[in-house]
Design a protein around this ligand. Structure first.
Ligand SMILES: [Zn+2]
Ligand SMILES: [Zn+2]
Length: 329
């Protein structure tokens, strides 16, 4: 009947799906996820096995550490704090440069990265969270996860399920920006460029094909492997291990041992308490390299409207009554 159809479509408009579960696309998404997990791992094994041929010195360390830093700044300052949370303003060229560097990390297309992350904040540690180590949806119902299964699911397992977060719902602003849309569409080429650049540097620096191979492996594959597992560890470990001074209604924790390599991203409890803050480190010992980078950008006029909570806001949040009973697991 027409009334029923109208009310049905009105209902659908009211509650758009969080996730696109497309049976035809699932195998493709799974294949991409498997390649994302396996290729850098195998490249890292090859890099270590070939040390007798390539050697391991300043070139390899420089390309690996330099590539790690640039792409992690791209992920943490660009995709996370600038695009997903709008924690500060910057020039469009700087925003786009950081988005390209973040895409070189090969953690998925820009739109998907931002949409997944915003869904994580909107549904943290519930069945609708894309990568909670505590709970996941199975056949439409939340399913509690034990420690080991939970760590696996949050670290890698969720990517292999083939579901895609609804980008129209969670990242409409990114989709509407022509430059960001272009960077999103050029994802594959940008990932390849992230492998070609260190290869060329290795070749130019040594004038040999062995140097080029070294650049590809250490500046490309090993760098990618390390960045992946650092980012994924934030999802798996920083919602399970660490202090939670703020009651955020989820299991986010300030994981200090991951703070340095993740450039501050593992300070998840601070982050879930103040998601729009450009700074995740709120105490002097909470190392926040990305926050330091944003301060540097601000000093040189490259960042403005940098958001951070006041001492009063922090004190008020600390004094909030516990919401622990609202947790889902
Ligand atoms: Zn989180
Ligand atoms: Zn966030």
């Amino acid at each position: 009947m027409p009334e029923t159809n109208q009310s049905r479509s009105a209902d659908v408009r009211k509650r758009p799906p969080l996730v696109i579960r497309d049976a035809a696309l699932r195998p493709r998404h799974r294949r991409i996820a498997l390649a994302t997990v396996w290729a850098p791992f195998l490249g890292t094994v090859a890099a270590v096995a070939l040390i007798p041929v390539t050697g391991f010195g300043a070139l390899e360390i420089g390309l690996m550490v330099g590539g790690f830093a640039l792409t992690t700044f791209g992920i943490e300052v660009g995709l996370h704090r600038s695009l997903a949370h709008r924690a500060f303003q910057t020039h469009r060229w700087m925003r786009n440069l950081l988005a390209v560097l973040g895409s070189m990390a090969a953690e998925g297309r820009l739109l998907h990265w931002v949409a997944d992350h915003r869904r994580h904040h909107a549904h943290s540690d519930t069945g609708d969270d894309p990568h909670s180590p505590r709970v996941r949806h199975k056949e439409g119902k939340p399913q509690k996860l034990g420690p080991m299964v939970g760590l696996w699911h949050a670290h890698i397992g969720h990517m292999l399920m083939g579901d895609v977060t609804n980008c129209t719902l969670f990242a409409r602003d990114i989709n509407k920006d022509p430059a960001l849309r272009k960077i999103n569409d050029m994802y594959g080429m940008i990932v390849v460029a992230g492998l070609v650049i260190p290869t060329v540097i290795g070749w130019v620096a040594t004038g040999t094909w062995v140097g080029a191979l070294s650049g590809f492996l250490w500046g490309g594959m090993v760098r990618m492997f390390l960045v992946h597992h650092t980012t994924w560890s934030v999802a798996s470990f920083a919602h399970r291990f660490g202090a939670s001074p703020f009651d955020t209604g989820d299991y986010s924790a300030n994981n200090l041992w991951l703070a340095l390599p993740s450039f501050g991203s593992s300070l998840q409890n601070n982050h879930h308490a103040f998601p729009r803050s450009a700074y995740l480190g709120l105490k002097w010992w909470e190392v926040d390299v990305a926050g330091g980078f944003i301060t540097l950008m601000k000093t040189f006029g490259l960042a403005w409207k940098v958001r951070e909570p006041s001492a009063e806001e922090i004190a008020a949040k600390l004094a909030q009554p516990s919401r622990a009973e609202g947790r889902t697991t």
